[in-house]
Ligand binder design. Sequence first.
Ligand SMILES: [Zn+2]
Length: 290
Amino acid sequence: MDYIVRATAAGGQIRAFAANTHDMVARARQIHDTTPVASAALGRLMTAGAMMGIMMKGDRDLLSLTVKGDGPIGGLTVTADSHGNVKGFPYNPNVPVLISKKHKLDVGAALGNGTLTVVKDLGLKEPYSGQVDLQSGEIGDDLAYYFMTSEQIPSSVGVGVLVDTDDTILQAGGFIIQLMPDASEEVISQLEQNLTGVDSVTVMLSQGMTPEQILERLLGNLELEINEKIPTQFQCNCSRERVTKALISLGQKELQSLVGEGKPVTLHCDFCRTDYTFEVDEISTLLQRA
Ligand SMILES: [Zn+2]
């Protein structure tokens, strides 16, 4: 089962998260029928979204991560709540395999040049929003750059997805390590040393390492303390009831014109690809409720 661990190190000068997201990413691949490079791109962003979601404190807080690029995927949208529920979709799931010079899936080329936008709805009047240009398009680098420039938090972000030759997801997971404002020079330089030349997330996961063991590898000599273990999963919260409410909220005029067209109306959820079809007489009934 997928889970995220939340941890601190160096007496609170560092906070850290690590996650195994294999099942979540495998579910996303199944729903969206993604090719390997699209699976990797979406899986990396969903993995980061899962960890960033649980950084939020409010019960009903919502995070959304949007990448838009001029590469063949076009973009990605991921949303996460503060309880480990994550959903996402690629704009184009059917991207031919791109392999980088390092013989890896070339997520950067598949996304191209563009932007990463982070929106956090924390229940305040206005949602928090930050946007950065994509650095490499490899997701991990882009998020580290976002944390540094928009939130002023020096961070190391590693996210990875390993896809088999038959397109199945072999491994998926990641970590986020952040320096708190009171971090001492000593702690900073020890962390830099620890992160230098460290294996990629997919290598560590392939060695059978758990999220706890990944953090132990990265922060073991910095008084690592694991604080919490939180299950995480792909979950879409759409339902016929919610879609019905959305239809009613269109208002009488709009519904009247839908009834006038005399055809069933189908609404589509991009996150889980569920279609909700409403027959003309159902729309007429909704019209009376609007
Ligand atoms: Zn849905």
